[in-house]
Ligand binder design. Sequence first.
Ligand SMILES: [Zn+2]
Ligand SMILES: [Zn+2]
Length: 374
Amino acid sequence: MAEKDYYKTLGIEKSAPKEEIKKAYKKLALKYHPDRAPEDKKKEYEEKFKEINEAASILADDKKRQQYDQFGSSAFQGGAGGGAGGFQGFDFSDIFRQGGFGDFDDVFDHIFGGGGRRSSRGGRRGSDLAYETEITLEEVHAGTTQSISLNKLERCPDCDGKGAHKFEACHHCRGSGYTQKTQRTPFGIFQQTGPCSACYGRGELPQDKCSKCNGEGVVRRRKEIEVNIPAGVEESMRLRVRGEGEVGENGGPSGDLYVIVHVKDHPIFVRKGDDLHLTLPISFSQAALGDEVEVPTIDGKAKLKIPAGTASETIFRMNNKGLPVLNQDVYGDEMVKVRIEVPKKLTKKQQELIKQLGEEKPSKSFLKKVFGKE
Ligand SMILES: [Zn+2]
Ligand SMILES: [Zn+2]
């Protein structure tokens, strides 16, 4: 079997301390995780990911690293299907799905630390699901709850996901759920504990088959889920509902549901961040003489004072009448742009009045700017 350079695989020096191995592994495993592979590179990423895991499983274990440094990778490739690192059966994707890397060190030590009873029972995690939904701007303002109907794999209710009703202790592992694998190397025999492959670590074997799920332990069915959409959500925001994806296999954890929120256009408001923008038509006399007007807000109306002599397109700010900032007790503002409407039809009397106004010249400073004199 070909010699492998585990240091090269992780891109580290032969003298690298364990911390560096961890760091290198974390970086590469994130980069080449199969979930992140582009469509045309799935195979390549998978291979690479496997290599990274193999290298880390050897180099992170002081004893194995020492053997490797002395004798090379062939020291680990003799066992019959045992696998070098004993990381088989562990779902690596768990690391990436526990909401970031907060517990990465624990997981790393747990997998690569060597020895110890593994708590993972080898079940595959269920798939994540995505659901797109649309809400109104009013719902962004107040927050809302939506009922979502999903057709998804669920734990069989008849057998509680076990696939059977009658069980007996597994004779492969004598009911413990774990077996020891023996590995021969030039240095002697190494033993490793892992979940029993006959009973998937359950410690018992089914003696019949659940008729509802045909022994699969899962059934596809429609489920209504209440999703809380918090006030202040932004367009295309993804909300995670933990554990509401598809159920895992062999007792593995459920996937998550991602709700992608879209916000409908509003007939009068335009959203800009947390602010709401509105154009308000006012009459010439309101602009000239001043007035107090009623302005629509996202949840009702408010009064706005228009001072005498207001020009068209002037923007007034109404504090805290905008949208809430997500997860904060802070609100944006409503920006009201007034636009003076010129009436299309006038009565005789109105025409007379406007003619009289027309006798007034535009402001002196304006004329001075344009013509250089008044
Ligand atoms: Zn067993
Ligand atoms: Zn069942």
